[in-house]
Design a binder for this molecule. Structure first.
Ligand SMILES: Cc1cc2nc3c(=O)[nH]c(=O)nc-3n(C[C@H](O)[C@H](O)[C@H](O)COP(=O)(O)OP(=O)(O)OC[C@H]3O[C@@H](n4cnc5c(N)ncnc54)[C@H](O)[C@@H]3O)c2cc1C
Length: 412
């Protein structure tokens, strides 16, 4: 069967759903091809950074996610075995509401729910959304098309542009012949979603390191909290095999985190999956007739929770390029490509710094964290790269993303 659209989007996750909604609302003919029939919880991002919240607003998608239950956290406290007085850390939690103009804090929403809300909005705006597609093959070039099977029938969708939005395990990047760089993983990163964590303050996010565990927690409202654990490759069996969810929660019973029992005693409502924390990136996320957005174009270390914000900015750049240009030559993506390359370079630097600070374990690392925190109280530029995860990588000066800056922080 043959059909014709302006844009065929491969993948109906965050990137695909956002882009389809944006373009369909502007009247373009949009096809979304999604592999799954229901969104499985494979552990993905559920925390939009404040700079990502602003990107959502610029796309006109913020109200949609808030109306669907998106929850703002407004305070941040770091705990762990390098923090001597946890109660003082809690009392002095950082106000997140004023960090970025227009963003009343980070926004938390379950990934599977956000994907569904976005593809529903795309369909409502006029996009055709097909779920359960298989054997998909992209054919970029001057007359792009996508071949796939749906409901047992072979289809060819012709279009003016293919968008690869099929995530880190997608096929569109490699089928289009776009190469990918990958750095060395530093540790493992795992997630679990829990309900009934009613003793945990709903407005408070936390992160920190205790023993051989780096932890993060992001409330979603009504007792639901997304938990993440980072741990060393030496402990790679920690969360493997049967009973992983119980061991994950037991690991969340921290001595240095007030109220952590509320998290450890909560009810798991997802499986836990672990991933290496490495970054990937592309030199140019496009070829003639095809452009990549979101994780398909390369992903950042999840320790700094940037993927949703990166994706949302990608969607803004690509939707503007498509909506503002009559001719869809490769030139319209050059600005996106250059901006993304530098954005990912800076976030790679920030993610690596956060990983070395928070996901290296043992007494020497506790002391190092303590010393760097004390030094950065006197010189706040020191740990500025990690602040990029809140305010956006472009806001801070270029010199903090250099080897010289790294040596200032860790050379001691
Ligand atoms: C452990 C972990 C924690 C994270 N935490 C955060 C966080 O707190 N904050 C944050 O901002 N980011 C976080 N991220 C990153 C974030 O989840 C991703 O960057 C984001 O989901 C990317 O969106 P996407 O649409 O590109 O990919 P996805 O959300 O993965 O969606 C891709 C879609 O494409 C579909 N697909 C795949 N292959 C095909 C195919 N062949 N045909 C059709 N469809 C296909 C998939 O089924 C899926 O629906 C985390 C990632 C991980 C792994």
């Amino acid at each position: 069967m043959e059909s014709t659209y302006d844009v065929a989007i491969v993948g109906g996750g965050i990137a695909g759903g956002e882009l389809a909604t944006r373009l369909a609302r502007e009247g373009l003919g949009v096809l979304v091809l999604e592999k799954t029939t229901t969104y499985p919880d494979k552990v993905r991002g559920e925390w939009f950074s404040p700079w990502g919240v602003v990107e959502l607003k610029r796309l006109g998608l913020y109200d949609l996610l808030v109306d669907a239950g998106g929850h703002h956290v407004t305070r941040h406290a770091t705990f762990g075995d390098d923090i001597d007085d946890p109660q003082a850390a809690l009392n002095g939690a950082m106000d997140l509401t004023q960090l970025v103009p227009g963003a009343p804090g980070p926004l938390c929403i379950r990934h599977t729910h956000a994907c569904q809300v976005l593809t529903d909005a795309a369909a409502e705006a006029g996009a055709t959304v097909l779920r359960g597609v298989s054997r998909l093959h992209v054919c970029p070039g001057p007359q792009p098309s996508v071949e796939f099977v749906h409901d047992g029938d072979a289809h060819t969708a012709h279009c003016r542009m293919i968008v690869g939005a099929d995530g880190r395990a997608g096929v569109s990047r490699s089928q289009a012949g776009i190469g990918e760089h990958r750095d060395e993983p530093h540790h493992l990163f795992s997630g679990l979603l829990v309900d009934d964590a009613h003793g945990w303050p709903e407005d408070l996010q936390t992160k920190g390191t205790e023993g051989n565990i780096n932890f993060l927690a992001f409330p979603q409202g009504n007792g639901r909290v997304r938990l993440y654990l980072g741990y060393s490759y030496e402990d790679k069996t920690l969360l493997s095999g049967a009973g992983a969810e119980e061991r994950f929660l037991e690991a969340f019973r921290f001595e240095t985190v007030p109220h952590s029992d509320a998290l450890a005693n909560a009810t798991p409502i997802s499986e836990c999956h672990s991933y290496p924390n490495e970054d990937t990136w592309t030199d140019e996320p496009f070829v003639d007739g095809l452009v990549l957005v979101g994780d398909a174009a390369g992903h950042n270390d999840p320790i700094i929770g940037q993927g949703l914000s990166i994706t949302t900015r990608d969607v803004r750049f690509v939707s503007e390029a498509l909506l503002e240009n009559a001719s869809w030559s490769t030139d319209i993506f050059r600005e996106y490509s250059e901006e993304r390359y530098e954005r990912m370079r800076r976030l790679r630097f920030a993610g690596r710094m956060q990983s070395v600070l928070d996901a290296e374990f043992g007494p020497g690392c506790v002391e190092r964290r303590r010393r760097i925190r004390e030094r950065s109280q006197e010189d706040p530029t020191l740990t500025m790269p990690v602040a990029a995860s809140m305010v956006g990588p472009e806001v801070l000066p270029a010199e903090i993303y250099t080897e010289e800056h790294w040596a200032r922080v860790f050379g001691e």
